[in-house]
Design a binder for this molecule. Structure first.
Ligand SMILES: [Zn+2]
Length: 87
């Protein structure tokens, strides 16, 4: 069966869609639950050195393949960070 590797259900960081994934292959994003951003990113969108506290409470969240593709395409198009849905 093609879905054999899909053993985990999670919510996509990008689109909040629930999807099944293979934890060994899925793209994961490290997110600080206090800010809902990566621990090295400020709410203003700039980067900083992550604090040990932020790293300790951060969790890896999955990103669905659609969002990975959109993010890659947007990065190639104009270098912007996260795509504004065109779908
Ligand atoms: Zn998504």
């Amino acid at each position: 069966m093609a879905d054999k590797g899909i053993t985990t259900i999670g919510r996509c960081y990008g689109c909040k869609r629930t999807f099944g994934y293979d934890p060994e292959r899925v793209t994961m994003f490290l997110v600080d639950p206090d800010t809902a951003l990566p621990p090295n990113m400020t709410p203003q969108g700039t980067t900083r050195e992550p604090t040990p506290e932020a790293l300790a409470r951060s969790r890896h969240v999955p990103v669905c393949p659609d969002c990975v593709r959109r993010a890659e395409r947007a990065r190639q198009d104009d270098g912007s960070t996260w795509p504004r849905g065109t779908a």
